[in-house]
Design a protein around this ligand. Sequence first.
Ligand SMILES: O=P(O)(O)O[C@@H]1C[C@H](O)[C@@H](CO)O1
Ligand SMILES: O=c1cc[nH]c(=O)[nH]1
Length: 320
Amino acid sequence: MASILPASNRSMRPDKNTYERKRSVYVKNPYLEGMDEDILYHLDLGTKTHNLPAMFGDVKFVCVGGSPNRMKAFAQFMHKELRLEGDGEDIEDICAGTDRYCMFKTGPVLSVSHGMGIPSISIMLHELIKLLHHARCCDVTIIRIGTSGGIGIAPGSVVITDTAVDSFFKPRFEQVILDNVVTRSTELDKELANDLFNCSREIPNVPTLIGHTMCTYDFYEGQGRLDGALCSFSREKKLDYLKRAYRAGVRNIEMESTVFAAMCGLCGLRAAVVCVTLLDRLESDQINLSHDVLLEYQQRPQLLISNFIKKQLGLCDQMS
Ligand SMILES: O=P(O)(O)O[C@@H]1C[C@H](O)[C@@H](CO)O1
Ligand SMILES: O=c1cc[nH]c(=O)[nH]1
């Protein structure tokens, strides 16, 4: 039977930090407290092997994205932007003991890769959220910086997601738990989305908008592409579907935002999704950008998030 768990249903127990108005990172699992040790297997970290509060206690911003190289480049970029010591080129992968994900820390910013698709980001988020909880982090903002296919907007546009929707344009994420389907809310933090949009106004030549983001389970058939190994629908059906998505408010398509919004919302993380579009899906299916253009497009969300983080840290005036 399906049930809705609203994102506002946040705490399992009273927040010990209520008086300081701090926002903790919650885990909603009664079994965790009774565990002697928690091994974060896919991150190659653990509560007995690592001093998580010392390593991560000061983290305030977590940025996640599919590709390990992109997330390393973002960490190096942030290192420079925050004017931290050294050039940041030799930044170490904290998860070097596993090749599932990579993680880099630069000042209060953590940069983590999540691979492609809902199952991959979901595993990473379970362990990342436990990590932040064990490290006693508070007031954490998490942002997915990714790539996507646009609908009816110019390639290179940056979409800040107001609501993540599924393939039926519904703001929900359906998690199969045992043999039940549990439906979770995919609302994102509207204030954060607006703050990011305001920040984007200061970046010239990068068209940026707020819109719904559709999250699919597949890049090809799941996104209505005509160029996969399998295709059982016509060009007309594809265009009809994408135009209906556009009319429902969808401006881009990717593969992680619904589970990201659902899990972060339930665990007390202020969350946003910021993706650049690589093509207009009403025009084409294949991504034929040159390497340089692709690189420049991928840097657009990074530039916006870096400006936002610097503003939040009160560093912008001193640095411009
Ligand atoms: O963060 P990335 O750029 O990996 O996100 C999108 C969605 C899929 O993971 C992938 C498909 O190319 O790109
Ligand atoms: O079309 C696209 C481009 C990037 N990522 C997606 O999921 N879809």
